[in-house]
Ligand binder design. Structure first.
Ligand code: A3P
Length: 294
């Protein structure tokens, strides 16, 4: 068993209008005062949208697999800005001490809570969004196996919480649309979709490289694409989170399925219809469109 003794699962509370747990708010002053550097690259996502995938792609693009100091788990190489959990140094502290450049930084913060230094330094930001239903299913299994997340309860209740926005990092709807609106006026945000990455990773890799001003050789691009394939990452202990003891892979592995449309194995017809109806209301004022996942 890979799990360790941790405090009981955390409770959700309202934090500046967003549901949160103490693991992401305990270090709040330091997070808000975080000093970004102009070449920092921020990976911003709602949890379970493909954060680790894009993080690993960026790490391969910038640092490759060869340097011995890069043979560390992805959650150490791409520190999680707002995280403060027992036994680990706070994300901010790890980042402050990083001397490699660029720093790759992970955040799940909704756009309105991002530390202002990222805007002042005009950092590049890669946002990844995933369709609501698959995102919810992935989050459900994550909360089952991760002791630092609130108890998910049963699927039906969990789905109600998704619709109510009572999730860690708040409402999916607010998160994806908030970042989408920001992107309309801010040129340093690349907005990617998980479904596009699954459909054609090479094409999305090209978009990523052109946004970052990188021009890797065809061989290097192919190496990155292959290194970041689901099956390859799942087997790679530096990419699959198997070295983080707060997760119980016997309940569900971090690299779970990596598919588009797995929601159909979880939603009943009634749940899907109710969800769709609610979705239309919540998303009626945005131009953000996800593909319909049939
Ligand atoms: P599933 O639970 O649907 O399998 P995050 O990194 O934001 O926590 O997202 C995790 C989700 O991304 C999981 O989804 C995981 O399997 C999926 N994922 C991670 N790496 C992937 C890859 N290389 N290709 C496709 N999906 C990937």
């Amino acid at each position: 068993n890979n799990t360790m003794e941790l405090p009981p699962r955390p409770k959700l509370f309202d934090f500046h209008g967003v549901s949160m747990t103490n693991y992401f708010t305990d270090n709040w002053d330091n997070v808000q005062n975080f000093q970004a550097r102009p070449d920092d690259i921020l990976i911003a996502t709602y949890p379970k949208a493909g954060t680790t995938w894009v993080s690993y792609i960026l790490d391969l693009l910038y640092f490759g697999q060869t340097a011995p100091e890069r043979q560390r788990p992805i959650f150490e190489k791409v520190p999680f800005l707002e995280l403060l959990i027992p036994l680990y140094p706070p994300g901010v502290e790890v980042l402050d001490n990083l001397t490699t450049s660029p720093r790759l930084i992970k955040t799940h913060l909704p756009v309105q809570l991002l530390p202002k230094s990222f805007w002042e330094q005009n950092c590049r930001i890669v946002y990844v969004a995933r369709n609501a239903k698959d995102n919810a299913v992935s989050y459900f299994h994550f909360d089952r196996m991760n002791q630092t997340q609130p108890e998910p309860g049963d699927w039906n209740n969990f789905l109600q919480r998704v619709m109510d926005g009572k999730m860690v990092f708040g409402s999916w709807y607010d998160h994806v649309t908030g970042w989408w609106e920001k992107k309309q006026t801010h040129s340093k945000i690349l907005y990617l979709f998980y479904e596009d990455m699954v459909e054609d990773t090479g094409r999305e890799l090209d978009r990523l490289c052109s946004f970052l001003g990188l021009s890797p050789s065809a061989e290097k691009k192919e190496r990155v694409r292959r290194g970041a394939q689901f099956d390859t990452m799942k087997k790679n202990s530096m990419a699959n989170y198997s070295t983080l003891p707060i997760m119980d892979f016997k309940i569900s592995p971090f690299m779970r399925k990596g598919k588009v449309g797995d929601w159909k194995n979880h939603f009943t017809v009634a749940q899907s219809e109710q969800f769709d109806e609610d979705y239309k209301k919540k998303m009626k004022n945005t131009t953000l469109q996800f593909r319909t996942v049939v």
